[in-house]
Design a protein around this ligand. Structure first.
Ligand code: RTP
Ligand code: MG
Length: 149
């Protein structure tokens, strides 16, 4: 099923100049970028985005990390994109993430795990609406996807 997922490169990625390299992984797989925005996330947006973790002991550190420097917010589209992107991203703890995944290859620490991706269709819908207006999403057709699908 065609899906859109919300994906966000966290502040360490721009700081390490890895934005292009990580974006390439999604494009090479056959996924399609339909929206993108580099933004400095403020405290209220960070708290809303990660609201499900408000009671967790790591919440304050997570909000500080996400607001520490600009992040790259994206909407990425493709067949079964939500679960597929979670697979490409890898486990939350980069030390446990398989090599070949983004976190497995580019991160060492849970608190600097480089990327966020929606974990279910409901969270994708909520997160896309939190970061993008409808008219900022370019839901264009690829000229020819027959070699991918
Ligand atoms: P994300 O939401 O960022 O894509 O990460 P995720 O689904 O893989 O993991 P989640 O459970 O949603 O946690 C959100 C972020 O909180 C930090 N975290 N720290 N025990 C800890 O210290 C801990 N657990 C989670 C991570 O930065 C994680 O990405
Ligand atoms: Mg999560």
């Amino acid at each position: 099923m065609m899906e859109q997922s919300f994906v966000m490169m966290k502040p360490d990625v721009a700081q390490r100049r890895l934005l292009g390299k990580i974006l390439t992984r999604f494009e090479e797989k056959g996924l399609q970028l339909v929206a993108m925005k580099l933004l400095q996330i403020d405290e209220s947006l960070a708290k809303e985005h990660y609201g499900e973790h408000a009671e967790k002991p790591f919440f304050n550190d997570l909000v500080s990390y996400i607001t520490s420097s600009p992040s790259l917010a994206m909407v990425i589209k493709g067949d079964d994109a939500i679960s597929l992107i979670r697979k490409i991203v890898g486990a939350t703890n980069p030390k446990e993430a398989d090599l070949g995944t983004i976190r497995g290859d580019f991160a060492m620490d849970m608190g600097r795990n480089v990327i966020h991706a929606s974990d279910a269709p409901e969270s994708a819908k909520r997160e896309i609406a939190l970061f993008f207006d409808d008219d900022e999403i370019c839901d264009y057709q690829m000229v020819d996807d027959s070699w991918i699908y």
